[in-house]
Design a protein around this ligand. Sequence first.
Ligand SMILES: [Zn+2]
Length: 251
Amino acid sequence: MDIRRILGLPDVLEVKKIVCVQPHPDDNEVGAAGTIYELAQRGCEIVYITVTDGRGSGSTGEIEPEAIAAIRRQERLAAGDILGVSKHIALDLPDMGNYTEEELLAKLIPIIREEKPDMLFTVDPWMPYEAHPDHIKTGKAVASAMLFSSNEILFPGSKPYDVPQIAFYATSHPNTFIDVTSHWETKMASILAHKSQFDHVNWPLVKGYFDYQAVQMYGKLKQDPEAKGYAEAFKVLTSHQLHFFPSALYS
Ligand SMILES: [Zn+2]
């Protein structure tokens, strides 16, 4: 049973507005830049929400966390310009801060109600072995926000909105593969816009890993492991599948 078909929901590349919620300033690019760029080319409106300011990354002790956060803000804007992001919302929570999932949920709901996306994008918090609290809290808070944005009783104060679909990237259980072969260099450029994170001696190794993963996903898309190309993988679900829906894992 394909619940998305029954509900008449559009495919990923047919949506008109997306909100991409990333734990750190570079996660959207690593997870979904090719698809985001393709959507922007098709006229889709792209909004980014960035949960943390990235101050905890790449510190060598030679630079203050506030300075790292400022650098990462500029890198985030530059990456968004490459992809066609039209709006940035920064929650500016600290990396590994002691914010709770519930606090993040309360921040996300009014924004989602205001932006009214056709589809949310975020990290998959149920990826086995994911150990980073920012990723787990962000993915879960976004999923909960999808459930409760339509609930005015539990979350009063702004007009309810029902988000139709969500696409989790960095997922171990993908059900949707997007061909991003023609956008691969653009994706790499958007990742390299995060100079403080990727423009270093290990970049060839990191890029090799990204290439390998995307080639594997392309093989799944074409159902041919020898196929040559790059794809991004997502777990696309409806709000119905985010509660009491055991088969969501296999959909
Ligand atoms: Zn991250």
